[in-house]
Write a protein that binds this ligand. Structure first.
Ligand SMILES: [Zn+2]
Length: 149
């Protein structure tokens, strides 16, 4: 049985990827390296992907060679990746803090509404009590008048 397997790989620059200027070990030029994603697929009959992988590589824009990030052993590059990692973590933390603050604000608002409603009910009860008292007072007054006659 003949099984047709195709192996295809693609290099795509990452959106907002890291860019560094460094000397290329392959072509020797002072070149710009851009962060790319290298995807590799093995497909059955060119259709069904049976294996796939994705690697981050640094792509020399001069000779188009791709280097795995760790093989470059470049402190500048490491710094750029670390800085991005830290930035992403800081952004995630800021987002979490923002959500928490929003949640607390919502809770405080709900509490404020609840208290305002409670106060309103309390006032209504008080008014009702006063109104009943006034009725009783009036009746008493009228009774006194009748008795006084
Ligand atoms: Zn190069």
């Amino acid at each position: 049985m003949f099984v047709h397997l195709s192996n295809s790989s693609q290099i795509k620059p990452k959106r907002d990827g890291i860019k560094v200027k460094r000397r290329c070990e392959k072509c020797g030029a002072e070149s710009t390296f851009v962060e790319c994603e290298k995807t590799q697929d093995i497909k059955l009959y060119g259709l069904i992907a049976i294996w796939g992988s994705s690697t981050i590589v640094m792509h020399c824009t001069n000779c188009f060679e791709n280097f795995k990030v760790d093989t470059l052993n470049d402190p500048q590059l490491k710094e750029a990746f670390d800085a991005r990692q830290k930035k992403a973590e800081a952004e995630a933390a800021a987002e979490a803090a923002r959500r928490k603050a929003e949640e607390e604000k919502k809770k405080a608002e709900e509490e404020r509404i609840r208290k305002a409603e409670e106060l309103k009910r309390e006032q209504q009860r008080e008014e009702e009590r006063k109104r009943k008292e006034a009725v009783v007072d009036k009746e008493l007054e009228e009774l006194k008048k009748k008795l006084g006659k």
